[in-house]
Design a protein around this ligand. Sequence first.
Ligand code: AMP
Ligand code: ZN
Length: 140
Amino acid sequence: MDCIFCQIRDGQIPSTRVYEDALTLAFMDINPVNEGHLLIISKTHAETIYDMSPPDLAAVSATAKKMAEAIRQALHSEGLNLYQANGAAASQVVPHFHLHLIPRWKGDGKGFDWKLVKGDPERIRVTAEKIRAQVPTERT
Ligand code: AMP
Ligand code: ZN
């Protein structure tokens, strides 16, 4: 297995770990967008959200809440971005599921650079209908 994040999980390559539990591990990103930028991985190797089990995804989410609180306490950050890429088209570089936590400060000049352009309401409605048709119905 030559997955770099599996190797970090197993301690085969160095990392700066900040938290770990049975299902997840949090460590500092080596190319921080801002001070405090960290990554949370599932310990089970899964490439993207499509490969993740719902319990692993829930565990990453619970760890994100813990880390968000810890980052804010430690760094007095004013905001926080959660970012997570799936697939090359979405700019995923490391093929092991990971969630970025990026602390933000007003006027830090960082952030996603997309322009807000009003969508065609009819097109939005049709697309929503296509997605809604694929959402599994909950059994009670
Ligand atoms: P992406 O797959 O686009 O979400 O980005 C992968 C992230 O992993 C980048 O922010 C890298 O800086 C980070 N990264 C890559 N290798 C390491 C490593 N050995 N330790 C910590 N972070 C890493
Ligand atoms: Zn892996």
